[in-house]
Write a protein that binds this ligand. Structure first.
Ligand code: UT7
Length: 353
């Protein structure tokens, strides 16, 4: 009996045979675990004091110190780019990992201040470092960008899509800050920090706890889009920030995220060798450390004092500082948490390189 549509049993049989004969796909196989193999930072040479910032805004050195904990920050030179700073930090991280640039299979640059919409900073960074043929992309997750990159690199190494991933957090915020806006001019700085993430016999990066709250999209944003700039006679669209709103969110919402990251790692605060939060504001850092109930023996990164808030670069720069000063040691467990524009956040426990 023929079927409607002319699908005879012979034809059905052939279709089934063809399905059986279809080749199966290969799946990538990665390393059992991943860890940070090398670390490098780059701080521009020019030190900018609060007094210099106050030449253009109605503020004081004392107000900036009390409200943010910042005493000085670094600004890149006019001709020093996000790519230049990324290459400097990335080269150090590759050398510390004991690798050659051509062994890097992917480059992730977390940044919101690369001044070209396209191409990415990462493609140029990979080329300039000699990471020939590496996959390259930028990540726009603001001050959480470094932790986002670490999470992605961890999964790439374990999933088999890359063996060694260079993750860079880099910002030239001095280019995107209105130096006459007293709600932002004093807080931001420039710099770059990088890590190489690769295969490991032991887990070196615990699960990431991450997410977003786009209902607060306007809390930190550019004043206008590039389309507005094209279509109307407006000034450069610098960053704006509703400081108090972000402050409250960070203090109340981020400590629970950090706690979840500890749980996801299967450790307690007592096991930590360092707490390295995004260097947003010294008061936020202190409030988070208190809410987390960190034991007195766990050192807390306070790099913001003379670095300012460098967004995606702040965590790797603070990590490098803690290792250089001996506050934290190679092999220690460190709790990282980044949070910022989006609003977005990410936290994870890592073993320090
Ligand atoms: O990195 C990405 C995420 N970003 C953050 O996490 C930043 C979070 N926010 C902050 O760190 C803080 O909100 C700031 C440091 C930006 C500002 O500190 P604040 O304690 O929240 O200051 P405020 O905005 O509440 O202002 C307090 C007072 C106001 O005066 P009144 O209304 O009390 O008379 C402001 O007008 O301070 C005044 N003010 C200033 N005074 C001197 C605001 N900015 C300044 C200034 N100098 N630069």
């Amino acid at each position: 009996m023929s079927q409607s549509g002319g699908d005879s049993s012979d034809e059905r049989g052939r279709a089934e045979d063809e399905q059986v004969a279809a080749p199966s796909l290969k799946s990538s196989v990665g390393a059992a675990h991943a860890r940070i193999l090398g670390l490098g930072g780059y701080r521009p040479t020019r030190v900018v004091t609060n007094d210099e910032i106050c030449e253009l805004i109605d503020s004081t050195d004392q107000w900036i110190r009390e409200r943010s904990g910042i005493e000085t920050r670094r600004f890149a030179a006019p001709d020093e780019s996000v790519v230049d700073m990324s290459v400097a930090a990335g080269g150090k991280a590759i050398a510390q990992a004991g690798l050659q640039p051509e062994q890097i299979s992917a480059v992730i640059v977390a940044t919101v201040t690369h001044p070209l919409q396209t191409p990415s900073a990462a493609a140029d960074v990979a080329h300039r470092l000699g990471a020939t043929d590496a996959a390259a992309l930028d990540v726009s997750a603001a001050c959480a960008g470094f932790c986002y990159g670490v999470s992605m690199a961890n999964d790439m190494v374990r999933g088999g899509s890359a063996e060694h991933v260079l993750v860079i957090g880099c910002e030239k915020l001095s280019d995107f800050t209105d130096s006459y806006d007293r709600s932002t001019a004093f807080i931001f700085g420039d710099g770059a920090g990088a890590v190489v993430i690769g295969p490991s016999n032991e887990p070196g990066i615990a699960p990431t706890v991450w997410g977003s709250d786009g209902s607060q999209y306007d809390a930190i944003t550019q004043r206008a889009s590039w389309i507005d700039v094209r279509d109307s006679d407006i000034e450069f669209p610098a960053l704006t920030m509703q400081g108090q709103k972000v402050f409250r969110w960070a203090v109340w919402q981020m400590a629970p995220v950090a706690k979840k990251a500890l749980e996801a790692a299967g450790i307690t605060a007592d096991d930590l060798g360092a707490f390295i939060p995004h260097q947003a504001n010294m008061r936020i850092i202190d409030a988070m450390a208190k809410t987390l109930g960190l034991p007195a023996h766990v050192p807390v990164a306070r790099d913001i004092k003379d670095t300012g808030n460098t967004s995606a670069a702040s965590i790797p720069l603070a990590m490098e500082r803690m290792l250089e000063t001996g506050e934290a040691k190679s092999g220690d467990l460190a709790l990282l948490i980044g949070f910022g524009a989006g609003l977005v956040y990410a936290a994870q426990v890592v073993r320090l390189p």
